[in-house]
Design a protein around this ligand. Structure first.
Ligand SMILES: C[S@@+](CC[C@H](N)C(=O)[O-])C[C@H]1O[C@@H](n2cnc3c(N)ncnc32)[C@H](O)[C@@H]1O
Length: 389
């Protein structure tokens, strides 16, 4: 039974409503009565919990900056779109129809569960578009795409975690839900947050909290972690959150544990290292695309004499990255800036693009989102003035 419809209002026995974005489906009273008759009240409550899980986990993640991304990418039928962070498929669903018929959507995610949800959602659209899943770190995606001899016309990385990962207490991302201190985006990864807090020397903890969390109380927090772990291991999210709250006082609406959780999550998943590797892959792809465009101007005889190397980015490809904190945005800004200065890319739209007030009101997660998009310059003759793109 598929209740998901992009946006769903589902009548459940406790009158709860779960709202997504497009269609509306209200379970009719007769349907509810029939279920109750068939399954009994207890079973129905369990079923409603399951339905709620399906609805919230598949519908509640609203993609950020949707219009801005669709406009910036200008996808055409037959093209290849690479989503480095498939998540719940929100952006992929929006963009896939622009590729039909005959295009290709390559979906990548560290989280196997999310990857299969995203593939399912794009597949459910029933477009004449190939859906290609790649489970793993986007750091390795440029090479994987090249190995398949695909060329991307558009690439998106919407960094960080998805709402279902945050909401699931068992994943350990949330400081307001008690659960194991895990924080791995790839649940099969080797090191959890609890492992890191158990083994890192105090100086390294200070560095992580300072660098990745911009936490001013890095030193006392690290000292307290080391003292506490000598008595008993720090295993749960609330243990860590309470430890931080006992040192940093709440100032305004932000929970004092926010910066520590961000820092530990970045360290567990080596998020900045992965982003740097992706940016290096984009730079390599841009250089190969420029060479490919140059080769296209050679005569047939000259072309025979050079080794034709096709990189993973098609000449003219558009690359967009959405970041959620200044550490990520700084890396993206510098890398894109280097490509623009080298004449290998040009910026598209305002740099960076932020969410409108209307979007922030509808989707608070978009408040800190910053989108930067570049177009890989294939042929300087074809280079469009910024106001036309
Ligand atoms: C913000 S969500 C993406 C949401 C998606 N754009 C959507 O609209 O549904 C980020 C996703 O990227 C994945 N992710 C984060 N870092 C990754 C990495 N280095 N490689 C691959 N996937 C990653 C996370 O597991 C998560 O599912």
């Amino acid at each position: 039974m598929e209740i998901f419809g992009g946006g769903v209002v589902l009548g459940l026995p406790n009158n709860s409503a779960y709202i997504g974005s497009n269609a509306v489906c209200v379970a009719p009273l007769g349907w509810q009565r029939a279920l109750y008759r068939s399954f009994g009240w207890l079973y129905f409550q369990r079923l409603s919990g399951y339905l709620r899980f399906c609805v919230t986990s598949r519908a509640a993640h609203i993609p950020v900056l949707p219009d801005e991304i669709v406009r910036a990418f200008c996808l055409e039928s037959g093209q290849t779109y690479v989503d480095c962070t498939a998540g719940l498929g929100g952006h992929a669903v929006l963009l896939a129809s622009g590729l039909a018929p005959g295009g290709r959507v390559v979906l990548c995610d560290l989280d196997e569960g999310n990857l299969s949800r995203a593939c399912g959602r794009v597949g459910d659209l029933d477009l004449q578009v190939a859906v290609e899943p790649i489970q793993g770190n986007f750091a390795a995606l440029p090479r994987a795409i090249a190995q398949h001899s695909w060329q991307a016309d558009a690439v998106l990385a919407d960094l960080g975690f998805a709402s279902n990962q945050m909401e699931n207490a068992q994943r350990g991302f949330s400081f307001s839900r008690d659960g194991p201190l895990d924080m791995r985006l790839d649940p099969s990864g080797s090191t959890t947050a609890a492992d890191l807090l158990a083994i890192l020397p105090e100086a390294e903890l200070v560095r992580i909290l300072r660098e990745y969390g911009q936490e001013r109380a890095a030193r006392p927090i690290a000292r307290r972690i080391v003292a506490q772990r000598s008595r008993e291991p720090i295993r749960t999210t609330l243990q860590l959150a309470d430890l931080v709250r006992s040192i940093v006082r709440k100032n305004g609406r932000i929970d004092p544990a926010t910066r520590t959780f961000q820092a530990v999550r970045i360290a567990v998943n080596d998020e900045l290292g992965s982003l740097e590797a992706l940016l290096a892959g984009i730079e390599r792809g841009a250089r190969q695309a420029a060479k490919q465009a140059d080769n296209a101007t050679l005569t047939a005889r000259q072309a025979d004499m050079v080794v034709q190397t096709h990189g993973w980015l098609a000449p003219g490809a558009r690359v967009g990255i959405v970041s959620f904190h200044s550490l990520e945005d700084r890396l993206v800004k510098r890398a894109f800036g280097r490509l623009v200065t080298a004449g290998l890319a040009e910026p598209i739209g305002s740099q960076p693009t932020s969410a409108s007030q209307a979007e922030v009101a509808q989707n608070p997660r978009s408040r800190s989102a910053k989108l930067r998009v570049i177009r890989i310059v294939a042929d300087k003759e074809q280079k469009l003035p910024t106001y036309l793109v």
